[in-house]
Every structure is written in structure tokens, then in C-alpha cells.
Ligand binder design. Structure first.
Ligand code: SAH
Ligand code: SF4
Ligand code: F3S
Length: 455
């Protein structure tokens, strides 16, 4: 008998696309067991919280949500509370969960997601708690199911883990060392997705530029497929319209990849290229392994080779030892690059990382003051860039109804700009030509010029 058949589940996801994609897998596995997704944790018999540990506020939000599960558990004796994700790869977090949140039934980590259905069955059957974490693993589990958030677009992992150890970052500790999927497995997955109605894939990895896939067959194991090779390969997949990727580390961005933008029509003219800081001494203290000059040279090459490419970034403010002069270098870089958008973060101490031990931490008040100045500079650049879109016709992949405005659809241009426009639901999942009528700081507004784009 399948004990899980018919049970209702709800997944709460914190963090990046990796986590969102892991949640899609968890959802897929639960559906295979006959479970049914519901919209709120209050309605569910199984809640899964997929956690993120990138900054302190992510940790805090998790503990807040976890506290709310106690009441649900008291009302429903069948209820199973599960927690997983990056926070669970840290012993001090597990200790806190065990001590302060005794209503948690299952803990698993980032390396053993595939085990979740077995753990759940065991808990449902034996009514005991299971905490199972793997430190890291060598192999990659293929062919797990996934219930995608969108019908028409999908995330595809090309690699797992990170070897870079930026001194502020927890990810290498929570996701383990780099592991590359075989190119054939990636290709098979993408073909399968296209067959299932997907027209855009986003290739995921913490540093996709260091992807080194090897062939599966004995005679191919010495053949290395690098990231650019992979793009060329996927560009030939019939029926696929768009290829994106996240995230590209500046230290490994090759000229070959820049050429791939020129040669591969499906590779979107967009790059997310996290700079983190504009100051050489801070970049060095962060262990980023590139200089301001090298970064600017990359942006120059990209914009020269790929006219109209949009560029976004991540920036950390208030890294230990950051002086006013260092910060001004970041500001000047932002003004020079004129990013289309930027995710800006206050440096957050992460236990177990080298920078957490640095004694020249920056006071919160200074961090905030710099943060506000940075946000102003970023917004000024994106508003300026977006204003220039008025009158242009952009190809927009329609994602769904907009939450910002009634009777409006929302989608993304090739350059990843958010566009809202009036239209009916039949356009969802299609690529349509939109004339931009308004350029705001964070999004564009437009109107449909033609029902279907010509490819
Ligand atoms: N692998 C990606 C980044 C993943 S984390 C890359 O290297 O680009 C996403 C972003 O979170 C990082 O780019 C960084 O800007 C931010 N971040 C990571 N650790 C942080 C910390 N301790 N405090 C503040 N921001 C942090
Ligand atoms: Fe973190 Fe650096 Fe790895 Fe990105 S490359 S996940 S910032 S350690
Ligand atoms: Fe967070 Fe883990 Fe992603 S720490 S940002 S969910 S890799």
C-alpha cells in the first residue's frame, strides 16, 4: 500500500534558482508518490521548507516560518514537517533545529534529495523522525522527475557545487565540490523538455564558465566539452528557442564563449556577470581572482562583439576592510558599466567562512549609507537604459499574468528585461513582438504588434 497516496503537500522555497529547481524535483517526486500540491502550508499534510543560507536574513526568515509549523502539527496528527536545503548542510543549524523546533520530522540536505521519498515513507509508516545528511558526494543522480514552475521554460543543471571559495560565501560548504554532468545527459534532458513544450532553458551552475563535461562512452571519457562547446551543442536542438545561463564567473569567462554569443542565435544577448566590488584590494580579499581592469575589459569585449547585450550583476557592500575609497571605486564602476540591473547586498557574516573571522568588519550604519548610495547609482543606470527602449520592438517570451497590474501579461525580452503589456492568456508561453511604449526603472511597458513572432 502506498501510504503517501492522496496526501497534500506544500513546498516553501528560499534562495536561488538552484533551490527553486531542487524544489521542482522534490515536487515531482511527491507527485510520483500520488501526493497533491496545495497552495498553503496550513492546508497541507506535508510541508517542505527548502532553505537558503546565503545571508543572515535568509536564516531568520526560515526560523520564522519553521515556528509557524508547530500549530499545524498540533491540529493534524498525520502532519509531516520536512526541512532541507543549504542551511541543513551546517551542523550548528541542525543542532538549533533539533533543540528548539522538536516538531520537525525529516531533515535532509542538498546532496540526498533523491532519498526524500524513502525517508518520507519511513516516517509516515513508523512515525519516527529521520535526520539524514550527506557531507558531499561524487556521483550525480540522473533522471529524477520534476514538476516545473512553468510549462514553457525550464531550469537545467549542468553542474553542481562550487570550488571557488570566495571568502564571504557559504555555498562551497553547503553544495560541495564541483561536479559536471555528462554533456549527453544534458542534451537528452533538453531534448525531452523541448518535446514537452519548453522553448527556453536556463543552464544552472555556480560558475558555468568552469563547466568541463566528459563523454559517457569509454572512448569519449577523455574528450572535454567546455561551456562554450555545450552552448554550440544546445544551439542545434530543434524546437528550442532560447538559451540562458546562471552564473558566469568573470575569472573563467572565455573568448570562446563571447564568440558563442555571436554564432549561436538561440543564446540570449544577456549576461549576469557578478562583479561584487569595483576595488582591486577588496576583490583580492574576496578571493575573486580577477581585477577591476580585467572585468571592465570583459564587459568591453562583450558589448563590442554582441551589440545590444544587456548586463546585470551582483554587488556586496561593506565587505570587511572596505574603505570609502574602495566603495567609491564600486560606484564609479557601476556608473561606467551602466548595468541594466544589479542585485545589491549588504555583506552578511557567514559562520565558517574566512571573512567571518576578519576583524575589520564594517559598522551597520556605514554599510547602510553606502548601500543607499549604490542603489541610487544602479537605479539611475537602469532607468536611463530602459528609457532608451521606447519605440523599439522586442521579442518577449510571455510568462503569465502580471501581478503588478490588472488585465496585463508579463514576460521577458531576450535581454531579460521584464515587460508588462495588455493581452489575453492564449499568448502565455509564446514569443510575441512587443512595441515598448514606456521604460521604467525596473520594467518596461508595451503593446503587442503582431500575434506571433517570425523566427
Ligand atoms: N555563484 C554565484 C553567486 C551565488 S550567491 C557567483 O559567484 O556569482 C549570489 C550572490 O549573493 C553573490 O553573487 C553575492 O553577491 C551574494 N552573497 C554571497 N554571500 C554573501 C554574503 N555573505 N553577504 C552578502 N552577500 C553575499
Ligand atoms: Fe559563492 Fe564565489 Fe562560489 Fe559564487 S563562485 S557560489 S560567490 S564561492
Ligand atoms: Fe542560497 Fe544555497 Fe542558493 S545558500 S543562494 S540556496 S546555493
Amino acid at each position: 500500500m502506498n501510504l503517501l497516496e492522496g496526501r497534500k503537500y506544500n513546498i516553501i522555497t528560499f534562495g536561488c534558482q538552484m533551490n527553486e529547481h531542487d524544489s521542482e524535483t522534490i515536487s515531482g517526486m511527491l507527485q510520483e508518490k500520488g501526493c497533491r500540491e496545495v497552495l498553503t502550508k496550513e492546508e497541507s499534510d506535508i510541508t517542505v521548507i527548502n532553505t537558503c543560507s546565503i545571508r543572515e536574513n535568509a536564516d531568520k526568515r526560515f526560523f520564522g516560518t519553521l515556528g509557524q509549523l508547530k500549530k499545524i502539527k498540533e491540529k493534524n496528527p498525520q502532519y509531516i514537517a520536512c526541512v532541507c536545503g543549504c542551511m541543513m548542510q551546517q551542523q550548528h543549524i541542525i543542532d538549533t533545529v533539533k533543540k528548539k523546533y522538536p516538531w520537525v520530522d525529516i531533515i535532509f540536505g542538498t546532496h540526498n534529495i533523491d532519498r526524500f521519498p524513502q525517508l518520507l515513507e519511513k516516517v509516515a509508516c513508523e512515525k519516527q523522525k529521520i535526520f539524514e545528511i550527506m557531507e558531499d558526494r561524487q556521483d550525480i543522480v540522473e533522471n529524477l522527475p520534476a514538476k516545473r514552475l512553468f510549462r514553457h521554460k525550464a531550469f537545467v543543471n549542468i553542474m553542481y557545487g562550487c570550488n571557488n571559495f570566495c571568502t564571504y560565501c557559504i555555498v562551497p560548504y553547503t553544495r560541495g565540490r564541483e561536479k559536471n554532468r555528462h554533456p549527453e545527459d544534458i542534451l537528452d534532458e533538453v531534448r525531452g523538455l523541448v518535446g514537452d513544450g519548453v522553448n527556453e532553458v536556463t543552464l544552472l551552475g555556480q560558475n558555468v564558465n568552469s563547466y568541463r563535461g566528459r563523454g559517457k562512452k569509454a572512448e569519449d571519457t577523455d574528450t572535454v566539452c567546455d561551456f562554450a562547446d555545450l552552448i554550440y551543442m544546445l544551439n542545434d536542438v530543434e524546437g528550442l528557442e532560447r538559451i540562458r545561463f546562471m552564473t558566469s564567473h568573470p575569472k573563467d569567462l572565455s573568448d570562446k564563449l563571447i564568440q558563442a554569443y555571436v554564432d549561436c542565435d538561440k543564446l540570449c544577448n544577456y549576461i549576469h556577470l557578478p562583479v561584487q566590488s569595483g576595488s582591486d584590494s577588496i576583490l583580492q580579499a574576496m578571493n575573486r581572482k580577477y581585477s577591476r581592469e580585467h572585468y571592465l575589459e570583459l564587459v568591453r569585449k562583450l558589448t563590442e562583439a554582441v551589440p545590444g547585450i544587456t548586463v546585470s550583476t551582483d554587488i556586496i557592500v561593506g565587505f570587511p576592510g572596505e574603505t570609502e575609497a574602495d566603495f567609491e571605486e564600486t560606484l564609479s564602476l557601476v556608473k561606467q558599466v551602466k548595468y541594466d540591473s544589479a542585485f545589491t547586498f549588504l555583506y552578511s557574516i557567514r559562520k565558517g567562512t574566512p571573512a567571518a573571522e576578519y576583524d575589520d568588519q564594517i559598522p551597520e550604519s556605514i554599510k547602510h549609507e553606502r548601500f543607499n548610495r549604490l542603489v541610487d547609482a544602479v537605479n539611475e543606470a537602469s532607468a536611463h537604459n530602459n528609457a532608451a527602449y521606447v519605440g523599439r520592438i522586442e521579442k518577449v517570451l510571455v510568462d503569465g499574468r502580471s501581478k503588478r497590474k490588472d488585465n496585463t501579461l508579463t514576460g521577458r525580452t531576450e535581454g531579460f528585461k521584464l515587460v508588462d503589456f495588455p493581452g489575453d492568456d492564449s499568448l502565455i508561453g509564446q514569443i510575441v513582438n512587443i512595441e515598448i511604449t514606456e521604460g521604467k526603472t525596473f520594467s518596461l511597458f508595451g503593446k503587442v504588434v503582431q500575434r506571433h513572432a517570425a523566427f
